[in-house]
Design a protein around this ligand. Structure first.
Ligand code: HEC
Ligand code: HEC
Length: 380
């Protein structure tokens, strides 16, 4: 088990901040308040907050520590299935998802027509909006560890950039703790809506614009990905341009129990009993626990598949280390030889996956396609 050095990370963060000073642009869904200039300033403030390692207790952990731009806005430590907290003895229960493209997530709601829960933040949708989400990590004892909002806001008041709050939100912006906490979340959300998080410049994006061709293997992979009788991946991870011409996000934001196996060993199993009374018997019920509805047990939000090559490990519990393991799982979950035992048996989807009958070559082709979804592609 390896864990990254805080100093090395701080270096990486500085580099990112310096090379991206002009990169902030607004996305259509940014919460609007005031002029363009104000939005730019708000995003700049959000960037400061996102990279500030002084806002945790003990100090040392920023949002970016678990959602690092250079590793697809996911945890740079791909050896750990879950993430370590600011207190090094603490570990969360879930694999850190990417924050890239998260700004497009709709608010949590029940879609009556589809009969499905859609959207929301965290893998179980427990934060209905991105604003709610942004407040979570600061006070989570297993993440940034502040005991309450007041202790966070004290840290913010002492930060070098604290005067930016008055510029963005008006004089006295940090005087009331709850109001200030809302502003912190607003600024973070504005930054998370900037193009830094959603550049849409993967090879597949250029392909959709007719600017580059896929290789034969990538093309076969795309067809398998979309073919309902083959991979059927696009049923939950849509891959086509939307009707408004915008590029796909590879999630329909629904929730499903695809039968992901239980993680045999996780540092989370061994943390203090107050945080995990079940110890190594811990089972993650996902959406079902949040809603207290057994019919939703074992369901997790469909994640985006963008930047997968940088975001290993995979699934809510980080049980798979490679894309080979993931695709093999979809292909042969139901094979008795493989013995993939689901973490939650109830509500498991046995219609759309699990027994795909793909050849080894077809599995490889799908992986070749998935690798075209990494941002930062340079046209030949
Ligand atoms: C210790 C690691 C860690 C830190 C620090 C951290 N996160 Fe996260 N983040 C996670 C994990 C793990 C999840 C998924 C948790 C869950 O589903 O319960 C997550 C989920 C998210 C999501 C939801 C993504 C989605 O698709 O639903 C967003 C957005 C996010 N974090 C932003 C932030 C912001 C902003 C900060 C700083 C205020 C932050 N994170 C700090 C680990 C971390
Ligand atoms: C029925 C809906 C559904 C179908 C069909 C489906 N997926 Fe998924 N996919 C999900 C859900 C839900 C998750 C998250 C599950 C979890 O964490 O427990 C997921 C997770 C993943 C992940 C992990 C991403 C990450 O960041 O951890 C990959 C990779 C993936 N799917 C690829 C595929 C491929 C390739 C196919 C086709 C062979 C496919 N999916 C078909 C719903 C689906």
């Amino acid at each position: 088990m390896k864990h990254y050095l805080q100093t090395g990370l701080a270096g990486l963060l500085t580099l990112f901040v310096l090379t991206n000073v002009n990169a902030s642009q607004d996305h259509s869904k940014t919460p609007q308040s005031g002029s363009d200039q104000n939005l730019k300033l708000k995003q700049a403030l959000g960037r400061k907050l996102y990279f500030d390692t002084g806002l945790s207790e003990p100090a040392g952990q920023a949002c970016a520590g678990c959602h690092l731009p250079s590793t697809g806005f996911a945890d740079p430590d791909s050896e750990l299935p879950v993430s370590r907290g600011a207190d090094p003895a603490h570990f969360g229960n879930r694999n850190t998802p990417t924050t890239a493209y998260a700004a497009f997530t709709p608010e949590f709601h029940y879609d009556k027509k589809e009969g499905l829960y859609i959207g929301g933040f965290f893998l179980d949708g427990r934060a209905h909006t991105m604003q709610d989400q942004a407040k979570g990590p600061f006070l989570n004892p297993l993440e940034m560890g502040n005991p309450d909002a007041a202790s966070l806001i004290n840290k913010v008041r002492q930060a070098k950039y604290s005067s930016m709050f008055d510029q963005v939100f008006g004089p006295g912006a940090l005087s009331d703790v709850q109001q200030a906490f809302d502003y912190v979340a607003d600024a973070l959300v504005a930054f998370e809506h900037s193009n830094d998080f959603s550049p849409f410049n993967a090879k597949y994006d250029y392909y959709l614009e007719g600017e580059v061709q896929l290789t034969a293997a990538e093309q076969r992979g795309l067809e398998l990905f979309e073919d309902e009788k083959k991979g059927n991946c696009a049923a939950c991870h849509p891959s086509q341009k939307k009707t408004d011409g915008s590029h796909p996000l590879f999630t329909d934001y629904s929730y499903d129990n695809i039968g992901v196996p239980r993680l045999k060993d996780s540092p989370f199993y061994y943390i203090e009993k107050t945080f995990n009374p079940a110890g190594d018997q811990y089972i993650d019920l996902g959406l079902g626990r949040v809603l207290n509805q057994p019919a939703e047990n074992g369901k997790f939000k469909v994640p985006t598949l963008r930047n997968l090559t940088k975001t290993a490990p995979y699934m809510h519990n980080g049980v798979f280390k490679t894309l080979e393991e993931v695709v093999d799982f979809y292909n042969s979950r139901d094979s008795t030889e493989k013995n993939f035992k689901p973490e939650v048996v109830e509500n498991m989807n046995d219609e759309e996956l699990g027994d795909l009958n793909l050849s080894k070559q077809e599995e490889q082709d799908i992986i070749a396609f998935l690798k075209t979804l990494t941002d930062g592609y340079i046209l030949p």
